[in-house]
Design a protein around this ligand. Structure first.
Ligand SMILES: C[S@@+](CC[C@H](N)C(=O)[O-])C[C@H]1O[C@@H](n2cnc3c(N)ncnc32)[C@H](O)[C@@H]1O
Length: 374
């Protein structure tokens, strides 16, 4: 069985591998980083092939909201769910973005003013690992701005803040560090040699620049197409809608740890989020449970004849554990949900620029499983 799927699969079009620079239809796709993010072009092509305008499209592992955003831009209606609060913030931010740059700037000015009136944080209540990333004054203003956005349920500006939280570039708020997964780069950029990288960073101009980037191109979002976005795991999914298509990319077993890898942004969203230390281990059982929940909770809402399109890692190597998520998931789905018929399998090589870990681990090839409900 292992490897069989890959050999019967047809190759993805070459354009799926090309750089997405200049072809994203909305800069909102680049609002903030998220590991395991789908390329917008792939989402767009899958939606174009397997759905029609007006259709209800379900993404129950929405991550950064690539599929929901493309769905709405293509005139489909969207239902989006994920367990990760950062994923829900990003998905909502993209779908709830103010209609214009002017409106976004106005909203920003209000939030900044209100955040400056908030009371100051006692530094001692902030965990040391968080404090290590920021100048104390920058941390104060970032936290107060985050709290203001959380209180006003302003997911858009909250996502903008999280997007500029850590990096080594001057437009970001932290001391020199990596962008995707947060690590300090203080050895590469010692304070004595690069004192400017350790100075206080003013929030306002950096957020204004962020907004300008977010609105560089792309139209406004038709909110009437957004049916529901919520932090719900697939095991608890209950819908009031029949769906025309499910297009989604489930978590890659063993490969990515969405909480740990987003730990600094997650801490800003939820100060009680802890336990970032354990390394991802064998998640086979957990993945099987997610597949079962998907089969019993999501597929029952799919209309007869509707497509279920899953973008899944082909082989995952991690910590000497080799798994074949696509094979395993397909076998499990068709056993637990006999009404599903495999229509097509598409094989996509993931170029290094699209992989969050470029050496050794994680997945190098993904399969698009196209199933149809009989
Ligand atoms: C491969 S990512 C999705 C990426 C997304 N398509 C994008 O473009 O950003 C898989 C997502 O599944 C979510 N997830 C993991 N377990 C879940 C569960 N039991 N129920 C719902 N979502 C889950 C993770 O938080 C992660 O965001």
């Amino acid at each position: 069985m292992l490897g069989r799927l890959s050999s019967v699969a047809q190759r993805a079009p070459r354009r799926w591998q090309a750089s997405s620079q200049g072809i994203d239809y909305s800069c909102l796709h680049q609002l903030a980083p998220y590991i395991g993010k789908l390329k917008p072009l792939i989402a767009r092509e899958l939606l174009g092939q397997f759905t029609s305008p007006g259709d209800v499209v379900l993404d129950c592992f929405s991550g950064s909201g690539t599929i929901p955003l493309e769905s709405v831009m293509l005139g489909r209606r969207t239902l989006a769910f994920d367990t990760n609060p950062y994923a829900i913030t990003l998905t909502r931010a993209k779908l709830e973005a103010p209609p214009s740059l002017e409106a976004a700037n106005e909203q920003l000015a209000q939030r900044l003013l209100a955040s400056q009136r908030r009371s100051r944080y006692d530094q001692r209540t902030i965990p040391l690992w968080v404090r290590k990333f920021f100048h104390p004054k920058t941390l104060q203003s970032a936290l107060r701005f985050a709290d203001e956005c959380i209180e006003k349920d302003d997911q858009f500006l909250l996502a903008c803040l999280l997007s500029i939280l850590h990096h080594q570039r001057p437009g970001f708020l932290s001391y020199p560090s990596s962008h995707l997964v947060p690590y300090l780069r203080d050895r590469k950029f010692p304070k004595e040699e690069f004192p400017e990288m350790y100075a206080e960073r003013d929030l306002a101009p950096r957020l204004v620049a962020k907004l300008a980037r977010a609105y560089k191109h792309g139209g406004s979002i038709n909110r009437s197409k957004v049916l529901r976005v919520a932090r719900i795991g697939v095991a608890d999914l209950k819908l009031d809608y029949e769906v025309d298509a499910i297009i989604t990319s489930p978590p890659y077993m063993n490969a990515l740890d969405y909480v740990r890898d987003n730990r600094l942004r997650m801490w800003f969203l939820d100060r009680s989020t802890v336990d970032y230390s354990p390394e991802p281990t064998d998640r086979q059982m957990q993945s099987d449970a997610i597949t079962s929940a998907f089969a019993s909770n999501a597929l029952k809402y799919l209309r007869k004849g509707g497509h279920c399109v899953l973008v899944v890692g082909e082989t995952v190597l991690r910590k000497r554990i080799k798994t074949h998520p696509a094979e395993r998931m397909l076998a499990q789905l068709t056993t637990e949900y006999p009404g599903l018929r495999v229509e097509r399998v598409i094989r996509d090589e993931i170029p290094d620029i699209r992989r969050s870990r470029k050496t050794g681990a994680a997945t190098k090839r993904e399969l698009v499983l196209v199933l149809r409900k009989e």
